[in-house]
Design a protein around this ligand. Structure first.
Ligand SMILES: [Zn+2]
Length: 66
């Protein structure tokens, strides 16, 4: 179920911690108002502007060798 026109994903070996809580982050996003970037979890995704080029990217765990 994907209707994205572009890939806004970053492949990572390990998911970083959310910058606002102790959850694992799922996104690297530009924050509303701040203009700076942070790792955010599903709960704190709302602090980001949006997903998209220049705004936010989904972190995808590297599954390793297929
Ligand atoms: Zn969080």
């Amino acid at each position: 179920m994907s209707n994205n026109n572009t890939k806004n994903e970053i492949i990572v070996d390990e998911l970083p911690k959310c910058d606002f809580c102790s959850n694992k982050a799922g996104y690297d996003m530009k924050l509303i108002g701040g203009g700076y970037w942070a790792y955010v979890c599903e709960d704190h995704k709302k602090l980001g502007i949006k997903l998209g080029v220049g705004y936010g990217q989904k972190l995808v765990l590297n599954k390793g060798d297929e």
